[in-house]
Write a protein that binds this ligand. Sequence first.
Ligand code: HEM
Length: 328
Amino acid sequence: MSEPEKTDSVETVKNTIKSTQLTTEHAKKLTQVVNSIPTILSKLDNSEYDEIFGHRINVDSKKFVDVAVRNEILLKFLAADEYDVELATKRLIDTLNWRNKFHPLSAAFDENFNKALNDLGAITNFVGLKSDNLNVVTWNFYGATTPKKLFEEYGDNAGTTTNQRPGSQFLRWRIGLMEKSLQLVDFTDPKNNKIAQVHDYNNVSMFKVDKGMRAATKEIIKIFGDNYPELLSTKFFINVPSLMSWVFTFFKTIGVISEATLKKFQVLNSGNLTEWFGKSNLPPTYGGDSKSSMKELNVASIKLSPYGEYILEELGKKEIEDVIDEVE
Ligand code: HEM
C-alpha cells in the first residue's frame, strides 16, 4: 500500500503566500483546500489532468509541482468564492474538467488561427508603471471588426478546428490569448499576479452589433467568470461612442457579470490610456509618444511553462495513439 500523503500545517501554507497578507482564518481555509488535493483529483472526469494555467495542481512530492505557485492559484479560486471551501472546491473540479476537455494550452500554443482573428488582439508587457498589476495587458480591437462577417466565419461551430477541439475558432483564439498572457504573470508577485484587459471599440457602430456576436460574447464572459478567477486587475473599454453606452448598461443588467468584476471596469469615450500606462509605453493612438506601433509592442513569442509543455506533448502522443487505434 502506498504511504498516505503528508498534510501541510496552516503555518507552512501561510508562509508560501507572497501575493497578499493572508489572515490566519483564510490561511486555514487554504490549508484545507491544499490538503484535499488528492480528493479533488479523485473526483475529476480524468484524475490525471492536474494542470491550471500551465502549472501542476498536485501534491508537493510530484514532479513539476511548484508549491508556492500552486498555492497562489488555489488561493485565487478560494478568494473568488469568498473563502467558501466547498464552493471553491467545486469551482476547481469544474475548471480542471473544463481544461481537460477544452485544452486551452493547445489553443494558446499549438493551434494556428486565421489572420483576421490574430489581428483582433495583442499582448503587451509594460515596465515601470505607477500602479500594480497593469504590466501584462491583453488588447482586443473589437471595433475594427465587422462582427456579422467575423462570427459567420469563426463563431458558433463555423470554423471549428480540424482536430475536433471544442468551441468555435473565435472562442479558441480568445481563450488562447488569455492563456498566453497568463504565462507572463508571476503568481507570487503582488505587483504582477493579475492582468489588465483593453477593449478598443474605435469605429464600432450600432449596426455592427449582431446576434452571433452576442451569443459568443455571453459564452466568453461565462467561461472567464467560471475558470479564470481573480486574474483581472482592470478592464478598460475605450473609444466607446456615447451612443453605444447602452451596451455597457445591457451587460450590467443581464446578470452574467459578477459585482466584483463590474467594479474593475473603466469605460472611456476616448482612447487615452496614459493615466494608467504612461506616455512612453503607448503609441499616439492611445495618447502616448512611443515610436512603436501596437503590432511592434505585441509580445510575439511567449514561452510556455515546463509543465505546460509536458501536457501538450502528452496530448500530442495521445492523439497519435487515438488515430492509430482508429486505423487498426
Ligand atoms: C461591435 C461591437 C462589439 C464587439 C464585436 C464586442 C465584442 C465583445 C466580446 C467578444 C466580448 C467577450 C469578452 C472578451 O472578449 O474579453 C465582449 C465583452 C464585453 N463588451 Fe463588447 N463588443 C462590442 C461592443 C461593445 C460596446 C459598445 C460596449 C460598451 C461599453 C461593450 C461592452 C462590453 C462589456 C461590458 C463586456 C463584458 C466584459 C467581461 O465580462 O469581461 N461592448 N465584447
